[in-house]
Design a binder for this molecule. Structure first.
Ligand SMILES: [Fe+2]
Length: 135
């Protein structure tokens, strides 16, 4: 599976969020590059737990800034983040219970969700943050 490529055109216009997105992408790429590793191996389970925890921190930071500044599409952001949390818990549980390797479904979900969310949903707040003078 192809790794995620973060480049300058992936920037959402806020340094903190760009840094957080890069960390998340790095973790996802590590999982993509080790698809044969068992889910129960310490490295993979720790990485999945770390990614889940880090994504929550990132979502909270994004939601706080967008809500405080009256971002018009805040509800969509919150809804997508919530849907991610629900889906990733289900996929991780399934992976730990039934699989011996990191399931392709989990990797595909992580890859597609982050790419689409950053480039489409998050990118929508880029001009809002710039125009509002929020960085
Ligand atoms: Fe977001």
């Amino acid at each position: 599976m192809e790794k995620i490529d973060w480049n300058s055109s992936s920037s959402v216009g806020a340094q903190l969020f760009d840094e957080q997105h890069k960390q998340i992408i790095d973790m996802t790429n590590l999982l993509i590059s080790a698809p044969q590793a068992t889910v129960r191996s310490e490295t993979i389970s720790e990485l999945l737990a770390k990614l889940t925890k880090y994504a929550s921190i990132h979502f909270r930071a994004e939601e706080k800034l967008l809500q405080e500044n009256g971002y018009p599409d805040y509800a969509l952001q919150k809804a997508e983040h919530k849907a991610y949390r629900i889906k990733i818990v289900a996929l991780c549980q399934a992976a730990f219970i039934h699989k011996d390797s990191v399931p392709t479904e989990l990797l595909m979900f992580l890859r597609n969700w982050w790419v689409n969310h950053i480039l489409e949903t998050d990118m929508k707040y880029r001009s809002f943050l710039t125009e509002s003078g929020v960085k």
